[in-house]
Design a protein around this ligand. Structure first.
Ligand SMILES: [Zn+2]
Length: 82
């Protein structure tokens, strides 16, 4: 008794449409899979951070990170010596 169902075979061969609606790209910075969707405003990057890193703005002088002031405290120089 054979119950060969050609419809099942076809569904297995073809990708489900739900998965083929958008394609997956890899974030150029961290290689993380990113769905190519309009909601991904930083695509092909996964995040704004990765985008800035790739553009070189992350370490650029123009891109100042708020809340991280440079605190260069010199070594204690009060002259005390044993
Ligand atoms: Zn990334």
């Amino acid at each position: 008794m054979r119950q060969h169902n050609p419809i099942v075979c076809r569904e297995l061969r073809e990708m489900p449409e739900s998965a083929a609606v958008y394609k997956i790209v890899k974030c150029p910075t961290c290689r993380k899979p990113v769905p190519w969707l309009p909601s991904q405003r930083y695509r092909p990057f996964c995040s704004e951070r990765c985008k800035l890193i790739d553009l070189g703005e992350w370490a650029n002088e123009g891109h100042v990170i708020p809340g991280e002031p440079l605190q260069e405290e010199p070594a204690t120089d009060d002259g005390t010596c044993g």
